[in-house]
Design a protein around this ligand. Structure first.
Ligand code: PGA
Length: 242
């Protein structure tokens, strides 16, 4: 498959590997990482540095996404950044709805949907995160949670879904390739039912070089959203090459 994440344009079918750097790497570390990073052919590589490092990341050979985006163009929203501001920097897109935003910063399905809609309307690409907690999985609510999280998201050619089981994020407990495939198959069917075929579905949660190949080989896994393992250029390159 081959997808293009560059220029905020539409994805065609392909492999996408995005590195979510969370609150790591200021501008100088970001520049050093990208100067040493040569993305493999045939894979769209996206990095998602903190806001302060976005400007220095643009124009260094990979697509650049912010880790969040507000729905207003401007206004009295302390600590927030708009899609228009990101576009002015040359940023290609934004993550929305990461589970850390939902858990620690009061993000809801409704605010995630508003962020996604505004970013897509402004011309950015969007990676929208969905995923169940360990407790939701253990009590048989995985599909209900994903159905709810998915239902509010806009259908759009520049939307990408990242399935990130919360119990697998930063824990070293990766979903098995079959667990990921089961959920990705479910999400693919839900998206088709919502009239949104052709949307890429990434897997995220303790992806590393050692497990990326097996996960990305599953038929409904279109790539990965990688946290911790994307901070090291050698490791991230090995994941992208997988
Ligand atoms: P992790 O994080 O790869 O460190 O588990 C994934 C994410 O939060 O996107």
């Amino acid at each position: 498959m081959s997808r293009s994440a560059t220029g905020g344009g539409a994805y065609d079918v392909g492999v996408l590997v995005a590195g979510n750097w969370k609150m790591y790497k200021g501008p100088s570390e970001t520049a050093a990482f990208l100067d040493a990073f040569d993305p493999p052919l045939g894979v769209d590589v996206v990095v998602c540095p903190p806001y302060v490092s976005l400007a220095v990341a643009v124009g260094r050979g990979v697509s650049v996404y912010a880790q969040n985006v507000h729905w207003s163009t401007e206004g009295a929203f302390t600590g927030e950044v708009s899609a228009e501001m990101l576009l002015e920097l040359g940023v290609d897109g934004a993550i929305v709805g990461h589970s850390e935003r939902r858990q620690h910063f009061g993000e809801t399905d409704e605010t995630v949907a508003r962020r996604a809609e505004a970013a897509l309307a402004a011309g950015l690409g969007v990676i929208a995160c969905v995923g169940e907690t360990g407790e939701e999985r253990e009590t048989g609510r995985t599909e209900a949670v994903l159905r709810r999280q998915l239902s509010v998201l806009p259908r759009h050619e520049r939307l990408v879904i990242a399935y990130e089981p919360v119990w697998a994020i930063g824990t070293g407990r990766t979903a098995t390739p079959q667990q990921a495939q089961d959920v990705h198959g479910f999400l693919r069917a839900r998206l088709a039912a919502l009239g949104a075929e052709g949307i890429a579905v990434l897997y995220g949660g303790s992806v590393k070089a050692a497990n990326a190949g097996a996960l990305f080989a599953m038929p409904d896994v279109d790539g990965g959203l990688v946290g911790g393992a994307s901070l090291d250029a050698t490791e991230f390159l090995a994941i992208a090459a997988a």
